[in-house]
Design a protein around this ligand. Structure first.
Ligand code: DGJ
Length: 742
């Protein structure tokens, strides 16, 4: 039983294998947060961590009379609320029927249930059976009667706790929510750094670490998508936390739209993290009896540094968030025609690519943008999901049969949420765009956004996409989204509900994804948004892999994939070998290096294989065979970041270790060749210290010989003394070592 309640001291203790979360029903019924960190006993009473003390300019509840010691302005709160004395960041701002902007939530009751809770219509971490227990704490404002239920699910073996809130209008009239966040996490002590993940198109999830300072540090998106620019994930850690040591707390939002993640450092050096839907341009109307459910946050603590924090997220998301047959079965090695042909392709060209690819062991051809409507470039066609028979002369089924005859699967690209002005759909339904009355609308990549909050729009998309998927043996879908949302307005909603449109849009996307993934369970869905613009835990619930970035340069990918790995499993990272000179950077990297980098992901190719030399094709064949062989190590193994590409610009190294420690894979890319180089001494991690391991270079490196061939070391030697990587020749050279227990 991971959830304990001690009625005498009114303390809730949530236990996972290595962590404890504690809260208390304090004076006057306020729910106070006490502790989140390394494991303590369920009978430990940490009430003193929330010791009341008089604070000037901090108010006191009226019931306290003239006792000035109790103030929710400085005591740690479980779900901070506006208007009743806490001047720090609030989770909840309601406008009550009488116009007051105030919530004063007090404990009413609680219940404990087995299994995981599921926020309605939203992605969530789930229980595979007997893994989870849920606590629901009911709070209510005694004056307005607005009710809030805080829902916590404990995944003990995964060291994870998820939480969300349900706000129910039990008042006498209409309530409008101006802010309804998912979670608040207060720390009464500590000296911390905050880590956020920022970026831009082709440069996603760069790691930014900064000391917490008085005031607020915010990561957010107002783009209608979780975005390339900031990711809905935040880490708080000790100043001196490293990959292998120190306290770290992660908060990951399972949501793909506007979000805010905020770290506030208050007047008495206390830290508050809050996370949820961004309150800007948000206003949710709750009629009497209606309720609003926030997205879920997954919280993980690690006392063993950032590496362990990431590994815990990887396991949670691999086993309890990703779904479908490809959660466990091996994903096909694919070849995508985008960088090979862009819009300039036809069925014969695709078959020719597939002919060469199939001989090298590649299993899936993905037909990217351009197969439908009038789509010769990116100015037209979106919305018209009908086969362009000038390109696919025999139709989709015929193409599919030709690809299947080569022993390959066929996949297809959609951008369901978008519409081109030059499309039959736009001509028939201009009112289906998000756009205010009388406004022409902002174009981005020449396109507008469909109003996904509308049921009729979703029904059209479901019918037309289902029609395509049923018309041929299609086994993969790439779901793209290539612009952000402006002109937010839905023609289907009254003026007073326009503050709901951003969130209703995301609920609509989730609804359509749920319907399509359920209707086509054999299809592998890959998420995408101009690369990794919607790489978030919400999307992972529907698509077990997401295209990580439109930047396919192997050297640039080192830092993009590094940042992505902090919260998302390697099995989710869409990564391909592309041509050189690289289309985005012009950089020329060896094929072996491109292979090694792409293998730390879902693995595939994105180039014109027909243009490769016989020698290159041999290398591709070797890489494909190699990836299939190491697949389980990459997708289920423990991932270790051995260097930080933002700091070490000479080389980047990372490792996978099998859960039973019998095998590991060490990858090293030399980013910069120097005449008189620094030593590349790499200490491995996660091995069995007493076991003996044989070290050998993987066959991928046929062109270079490496020392350590067949040398035997103990795990202790490899982890403490380390491996000295021999000099690699040339910029961007790479090596992959296999470490096998004898
Ligand atoms: C953006 C994606 O990230 C690319 O891979 C490609 O699918 C293009 N869109 C097609 O328009």
């Amino acid at each position: 039983m991971p959830i304990f309640y001690n009625p005498e001291i009114k303390i809730f203790t949530l236990q996972t294998q290595n962590t404890t979360y504690q809260m208390k029903v304090g004076d006057y019924g306020y729910l106070l947060h006490l502790y989140y960190g390394a494991k303590i006993g369920e009978n430990d009473d940490l009430s003193l961590l929330a010791y009341p003390l008089e604070r000037s300019f901090s108010g006191n509840p009226n019931e306290a009379g003239y006792d000035r010691s109790f103030t929710i302005d400085t005591l740690p709160q479980e779900y901070s609320m506006f208007g009743s004395g806490d001047f720090r960041s609030s989770c909840l701002i309601p406008v009550n029927p009488d116009g007051t902007r105030e919530a004063d939530l007090r404990y009413v009751s609680h219940e404990i249930e087995s299994g995981a809770a599921a926020p309605q219509g939203l992605p969530h971490v789930y229980d595979n059976g007997g893994e989870a227990e849920t606590l629901k704490i009911h709070l209510q404002d005694p004056v307005s009667h607005l009710a809030v239920t805080l829902v916590y699910t404990v995944f003990a073996a995964r060291d994870a706790i998820t939480r969300y809130a349900v706000i129910e209008n039990k008042t006498t009239g209409r309530v409008e929510l101006e802010k309804a966040l998912s979670a608040c996490l207060d720390f009464t002590h500590g000296d911390y750094d905050v880590i956020t993940f920022w970026g831009r198109h082709c440069f996603e999830r760069a790691v930014e670490r900064t000391p917490v300072r008085h005031g607020k540090i915010v990561a957010d998106s107002l783009r209608g998508a979780s975005s390339h620019q900031q990711n809905p994930f935040m880490i708080l850690c000790d100043h001196d936390a490293t990959e292998t040591a120190g306290d770290c707390w992660g908060m990951s939002l399972l949501y793909s739209g506007n979000f805010i993640a905020e770290c506030e450092y208050d007047q008495i050096w206390q830290t508050r993290l809050t996370m949820g839907i961004h309150p800007h341009a948000f206003r949710w109307v709750l009629e009497q009896g209606e309720s609003f459910t926030t997205p879920e946050v997954a919280m993980i603590y690690s006392g063993e540094g950032l590496g362990e924090l990431s590994r815990r997220y990887h396991k949670l998301y691999r086993h309890n968030l990703c779904r479908g047959q490809y959660k466990t079965s091996r994903r096909p090695v694919l070849i995508n025609n985008w960088e090979a042909t862009y819009f300039d392709f036809d069925d014969d060209k695709l078959v020719k690519i597939a002919e060469d690819a199939s001989k090298l062991g590649i299993e899936l051809l993905v037909m990217d943008d351009g197969w439908f409507g009038k789509r010769e470039g990116d100015t037209s066609g979106l919305g018209d999901w009908f086969v362009n028979t000038q390109k696919l002369r025999g139709g989709l089924d015929s193409l599919c049969r030709r690809i299947n005859a080569l022993g390959m699967k066929l996949g297809i690209w959609f951008e369901p949420e978008m519409i081109s002005e030059d499309s039959d759909l736009y001509r028939a339904h201009p009112e289906w765009c998000l756009r205010g009355p009388g406004r022409a609308g902002v174009r981005s990549r020449y396109q507008f956004v469909l109003d996904m909050s509308r049921e009729d729009v979703r029904q059209y998309l479901f019918d037309v996409i289902s029609g395509v998927l049923s018309s041929a043996n299609l086994e993969y879908v790439k779901w793209d989204m290539n612009r952000h949302i402006s002109n937010i307005y839905s023609g289907a909603l009254p003026a007073e509900k326009q503050g709901e449109v951003y969130h209703r849009y995301i609920l609509g996307v989730y609804d359509l994804m749920e319907r399509l993934t359920s209707a086509f369970p054999h299809v592998l869905f890959e998420g995408c948004s101009g690369g990794g613009g919607r790489f978030d835990a919400g999307m992972l619930y529907y698509t077990p892999q997401i295209w990580c970035s439109d930047d396919t340069d192997a050297i640039e990918r080192l830092s993009i994939q590094y940042g992505t790995s902090f919260s998302y499993p390697i099995s989710a990272v869409g990564s391909h070998v592309s041509a050189v000179p690289n289309h985005q950077t012009g950089r020329v990297t060896p094929l072996a290096t491109r292979g090694i980098v792409a293998m730390s992901g879902t693995f595939g190719y994105e180039l014109d294989i027909n243009k490769m030399t016989a020698e290159e094709k041999e290398i591709v064949k070797e890489q494909v065979a190699r990836f299939k062989e190491i697949y389980s190590l990459v997708s289920d193994g423990d991932y270790y970041r051995l260097t930080d590409p933002f700091k070490n610009t000479n080389y980047t190294a990372w490792q996978f270790t099998a859960p039973d420690q019998s095998r590991a894979l060490l990858n090293v890319v030399q980013v910069k060749m120097e005449v008189c180089p620094v030593n590349f001494l790499i200490r491995l991690r996660g091995l069995n210290p007493g076991a003996r391991y044989c070290v050998q270079a993987a066959p991928l490196n046929a062109t270079q010989r490496f020392e350590h061939e067949g040398t035997v070391y103990t795990g202790a030697a490899l982890m403490n003394a380390g491996l000295l990587i021999p000099l690699l020749k040339g910029d961007y050279a790479a090596v992959q070592y296999e470490i096998i227990q004898l």
